[in-house]
Every structure is written in structure tokens, then in C-alpha cells.
Design a protein. Structure first.
Length: 146
């Protein structure tokens, strides 16, 4: 179950801050750079089992940079244990569909599996993640620009 954003504020995972448009801009630029690289990588070398984890991690970072940027624009910052869950919860508030939020939360969970447990993913899952990222990236970019 995905935590509610208001609960993240109550628990101190998210705090209200002065909006930081410069930091948000830097995150947006980095997300754009990483997204362009992702597209070039998929085109040039494709997706296979051996590189699946790199795609999963990259896609997660691309999307989270945009969500963090929107949080900063709106005057929120998350940190510590639960920060990533709070960012996923925030994505629900800014207009991602419930289906997109659920997929993002699973992506968060699986990315943690890679980072902390050495979990391996296959080509099929990486393809789903790249497809999701392509679909969600443009929506998040539009949201961040509002």
C-alpha cells in the first residue's frame, strides 16, 4: 500500500521549505540529459538481460528527478527513511494516474532490490520499464512546467 503524502508530512519525512526553482531547474536538466541518453542507448545497443538492471535504475532516476523538481517548486523536500515513498506519494497529488503511481512504486521497490540485494531483472521487465518511462516522462515534464 502506498503511503499518503499528508502522512509523510506528519511523520517528518517531508517538510515544507522555501521553493527552490534553481535546484528544481538543475534536476529537470539532469533528467532531460539522462532521458536523451536512455533513448540513444536503447537505439544503439538495445535491451537485453545483461543490461536490464541498468535500464531499471536509469528509468527510476529519470522520473524521480522530475518528481523531486516539482516538489521543490511547490516548496517540499523529502529526506531520510521513507523519502522515496514520499516522492511516489507526491506523484499521485500532481496528476499521475493510480496505475502510473502503482507502477512507479513497484519500480521503486525493485530498484531497491537492485541497490541493496543484488536483485537481477530480465529483458522483458526492462522493456516494460522503458515503455512506462517513455509514457510517463512527457506527462511529468508537462506537470513540472506548469
Amino acid at each position: 500500500m502506498i503511503i499518503e503524502f499528508e502522512q509523510c508530512i506528519k511523520e517528518g519525512i517531508v517538510c515544507k521549505v522555501t521553493p527552490d526553482k534553481q535546484r528544481a531547474s538543475d534536476l529537470i536538466i539532469e533528467s532531460e540529459r539522462k532521458y536523451d541518453f536512455l533513448l540513444k542507448l536503447v537505439e544503439a545497443i538495445g535491451i537485453d538481460d545483461d543490461k536490464a538492471n541498468e535500464y531499471v535504475e536509469s528509468c527510476y532516476n529519470i522520473l524521480l528527478f522530475l518528481i523531486r523538481a516539482k516538489m521543490l517548486i511547490d516548496g517540499y523536500n523529502s529526506s531520510g527513511v521513507g523519502a522515496h515513498e514520499a516522492e511516489v506519494a507526491f506523484s499521485r497529488l500532481i496528476g499521475l494516474s493510480e496505475k502510473q503511481v502503482i507502477f512507479l512504486d513497484k519500480l521503486r521497490y525493485f530498484r531497491n532490490g537492485i541497490m541493496y540485494y543484488g536483485k537481477r531483472f530480465d529483458k522483458e521487465y526492462a522493456q516494460k520499464v522503458v515503455k512506462y518511462t517513455k509514457e510517463t516522462y512527457s506527462k511529468l515534464k508537462d506537470i513540472v512546467k506548469q
